[in-house]
Design a protein around this ligand. Structure first.
Ligand code: SF4
Ligand code: SF4
Length: 423
């Protein structure tokens, strides 16, 4: 198997956005009457679930399907479970969605569930996985990972998003508090923080190494941060945590600081929303809020065949429902008018070579895509560097034939994982 890591980086061509110099407070979304929560645990029809429709839930209450479930979600409101059903993602993976009917009276009260949080990573992992920013507590708590370095990211990883930078600009004291929490609850000795080089912010944090990241995409992707600032080349098919390095967003660190102070979970997620004319908005919404509510608040009309992208333009994925809920790790939402959505095609590759020239890790994309189109995933990995791809999306962005290369790559990696899991 070719194990070519990424090196020989070519010059990226796109620039990250930065927030306005004196950013305003995000617009706060009112609490919707129904919240939608995703629970990464599929329903097993042969078993009776612990939670049922009609059950009352508490604000901050943990919800899980079965006694032995390893996955849970947390209700941001007091209310009643209205629907429990199966949810399928874009690769056909199933999980569960819950619709919670909000009880405004009980939610506005002070009756939030208090957690018995201890200064251990296991305790944090028991209650705080779904905090805004989705702290990677499972990874930090995994004894097999042996995390020795934490990298806090104030640099947004995709284009157009300014969510993490906004948090760095306005909540640096909370980030510092959160770092103290991480120092107490983990044995990690090395802390680093990424800050965009063109973001006017001081980051003088005791014993935390500051990485000033370039404004050129894809410098903020974890693989690039490792390469440029820690001098580590991530081997093909590996994740940073396989090397004992864990990335955590600035927002997640702030959420941990607040949770440890109040012994409760926060539920308000900060998002960058990009409207149809490209206008950026910044909002705070309760996790589980359907996107439709946010579009309505900005008078954005979502029509049939408009495209809603969760995440940035390079790495995001499309959803066709305005009911998609705000998630703990959702930094950006883009809505594109159907008239401006770039058309994908089933045109064949014209061998223009643009994808190869733009690829930061020298993947032979033009050949790789042929294997992926044909469903030859193992060959794609063994002979054409599928696993070296860092999923920056630049090849799809420049493709003359408008081949959805990035989607093929994600699908290929997903199918390969399944194939290898079945062996
Ligand atoms: S997404 Fe495309 S350009 Fe980016 S690393 Fe992968 S193959 Fe290369
Ligand atoms: S950019 Fe598109 S058309 Fe050009 S070589 Fe790559 S895959 Fe083929």
């Amino acid at each position: 198997m070719i194990k070519r890591p990424f090196f020989a980086l070519t010059k990226p061509r796109l620039g990250y956005d930065i927030p306005e110099p004196d950013p305003k407070e995000p617009k706060s979304m009112p609490l919707p009457s129904n919240l939608i929560l995703l629970l990464h645990d599929p329903i097993d029809d042969a078993r009776e679930t612990l939670i049922k429709t009609g059950d009352k839930v508490e604000k901050g209450g943990k919800l899980y399907l079965y006694k032995d479930s390893k996955e849970y979600t947390v209700s941001p409101v007091a209310g009643t479970i209205k629907i429990i059903d199966t949810y399928s993602d874009d690769f056909g993976n199933t999980s569960t969605y819950l619709v919670i009917n909000t009880d405004p009276g009980r939610t506005a009260g002070t009756d939030t569930v208090k957690y018995e949080l201890k200064d251990t990573i296991a305790s944090a992992d028991e209650y705080l996985r779904t905090l805004p920013g989705a702290p990677p507590l499972k990874t930090l708590a995994d004894p097999d990972k042996k995390i020795k370095t934490i990298v806090i990211t104030c640099a947004d990883s995709d284009l157009l998003s300014t969510t993490q930078q906004y948090i760095a600009l306005t909540l640096m004291d909370k980030i510092k508090e959160g770092i103290q929490v991480l120092r107490r609850i983990t044995p990690v000795s090395k802390f680093c923080i990424t800050i965009p080089e063109n973001l006017n912010i001081k980051a003088d944090i005791d014993t935390v190494e500051v990485f000033r990241t370039s404004g050129a995409y894809p410098s903020n992707l974890p693989q690039m941060v490792l390469k440029d600032h820690l001098n580590i080349v991530l081997p093909a098919g590996k994740k940073p945590e396989d090397l004992g390095i864990c990335f955590i967003t600035a927002e997640a660190v702030v959420s941990l600081a607040r949770a440890y102070k109040t012994k409760t979970a926060g539920h308000e997620k900060i998002l960058t929303v990009i409207g149809k004319q490209g206008t950026p908005y910044r909002v705070t919404a309760t996790i589980g809020t359907p996107l439709r509510r946010i579009f309505n608040a900005f008078s954005i009309q979502a029509n049939e065949k408009d495209r809603i992208v969760i995440g940035g333009p390079m790495k995001g994925f499309a959803t066709y429902t305005v009911h998609h809920p705000v998630q703990p790790d959702m930094d950006t939402v883009i809505i594109q008018d159907k008239g401006t959505v770039p058309e994908l095609s089933d045109n064949p590759c014209v061998n223009c070579g643009k994808c190869i020239r733009v690829c930061p890790v020298n993947v032979p994309v033009n050949i790789l895509v042929r294997y992926l189109e044909a469903g030859h995933y193992q060959d794609a990995a063994d002979r054409y560097d599928l696993l070296s791809c860092i999923e920056c999306g630049l090849c799809a962005y420049v493709c003359t034939a408008r081949i959805p290369i990035y989607q093929y790559i994600r699908l290929g990696k997903h199918e390969l994982l399944k194939l290898n899991a079945d062996v």
